[in-house]
Design a protein around this ligand. Structure first.
Ligand SMILES: NC(=O)c1ccc[n+]([C@@H]2O[C@H](COP(=O)([O-])OP(=O)(O)OC[C@H]3O[C@@H](n4cnc5c(N)ncnc54)[C@H](OP(=O)(O)O)[C@@H]3O)[C@@H](O)[C@H]2O)c1
Length: 331
């Protein structure tokens, strides 16, 4: 069995969750970490037993021992770092949203294809058993034809001054960070992309979207309606409403731990999914499977899917007048 040396760029909050899962994956070794601060890199390495620490992201990319890189920096820094990784011929698992705009995502896809390396969006829910089961329930006609999907995602970050979600220069706001789940999971469940979109938002003084509401209509007539917010404690649930019933994903729908089947106000079936680790393991295992199989992307979340999600977010941003600084929008 092949083993893979992983390198992590940006050991912030989510990198810890990722590392905890990676340590439990048989084929994976957490080999290197790169931080802008040597102390932060050392502290992270000490917790997870990482042998190689870089105080420079480029040095990690240049290390021939590194097989797969995971980038967990703010959105603003995804594109340029990902571009460097792919140009260095490294396989890459890149946190969601892949980039700020469609053009940047298209550029990275072209680079991955050119260098024949994995380039995978780390939209972790897409790799989870709960969502595979949910799709099977829909295929088994448990709720009849889907009419619409409703979801709501958000937390109150308003008191967290300096947090990346409150900063325009770090591509903060609700849509790119949280709305991306509703868009991507609607795409997964309906197996299509929206034809028409209506969006409204409350923009903060600095221009980020505090709260965004969106209606999307799909080519076969279904709707997906979602709200996302960084200034509200939302229900964080999703409902898939069909002709004969509903599937409900309660609080933290994107974490894929519970799915419920409801008909005529009664709960008919409940499935609880206990993650082997914390839910990040599925995307890690799938990434290594794809590298072994010589794939540039997983069929569970293809490049076409990632690109279409970015296109949807571009259209929403256009309607909202949500603009980021030119340097982070640039190719
Ligand atoms: N899948 C999920 O459930 C999930 C959850 C949360 C976040 N995410 C994604 O993960 C990414 C990181 O989110 P996070 O919450 O972990 O962020 P975070 O705690 O702020 O950490 C980001 C890290 O990026 C590095 N970085 C590089 N340039 C930076 C800059 N100019 N400003 C701030 N940090 C910079 C920093 O590491 P060094 O300075 O040490 O290099 C920092 O620790 C985002 O893309 C987000 O969408 C995913």
């Amino acid at each position: 069995m092949q083993t893979f040396n992983w390198g992590i760029i940006g050991p912030g909050s989510i990198a810890h969750t990722f590392a905890q899962a990676l340590l439990k994956c048989k084929q994976a070794k957490l080999y290197a970490v790169a931080s802008r601060s040597h102390e932060r890199g050392q502290a992270f390495a000490a917790v997870y037993g990482v042998s190689t620490i870089y105080a420079d992201y480029a040095a990690l990319m240049a290390d021939p021992q590194v097989d797969i890189i995971y980038i967990a920096t703010p959105h603003s820094h995804h594109f340029h770092l990902a571009k460097q990784c792919l140009m260095a011929g490294k396989h890459l698992l890149l946190e969601k949203p892949l980039t700020i705009n469609t053009q940047q995502t298209a550029c990275l896809i072209a680079l991955a294809e050119h260098h024949q390396v994995l380039f995978q969006e780390a939209l972790w829910s897409r790799f989870m058993p709960a969502f595979a089961t949910l799709k099977a329930w829909i295929a088994e006609d448990k709720i009849g034809a889907i009419q619409y999907i409703q979801s709501d995602i958000g937390f109150d970050f308003s008191q967290r001054e300096g947090h990346r979600l409150n900063e325009l220069t770090l591509a903060g706001g609700a849509l790119l960070d949280l709305g991306v789940y509703s868009i991507s999971l609607s795409q997964f469940l309906l197996a299509q992309n929206p034809l028409s979109i209506q969006a409204q938002a409350n923009l903060a003084e600095n221009g980020i979207d505090n709260t965004t509401l969106v209606n999307m209509q799909y080519p076969t007539g279904q709707y997906s309606q979602f709200s996302c917010s960084i200034i509200a404690q939302c229900s964080n649930s999703m409902r898939i409403v069909g002709q004969r019933g509903q599937i409900v994903l309660p609080r933290f729908f994107w974490v894929g731990e519970h799915i419920q089947l409801w008909r005529e106000g009664e709960q008919i079936e409940v499935l609880n999914f206990e993650h082997q680790q914390n839910g990040f393991e599925y995307q890690i295992v799938e990434s290594m499977r794809c590298v072994e199989a010589g794939l540039v992307c997983s069929p569970l979340m293809s490049h076409g899917d990632s690109l279409a999600v970015m296109q949807t977010m571009d259209k929403i941003r256009q309607q909202l007048g949500l603009h980021y600084p030119a340097d982070i929008e640039a190719l």
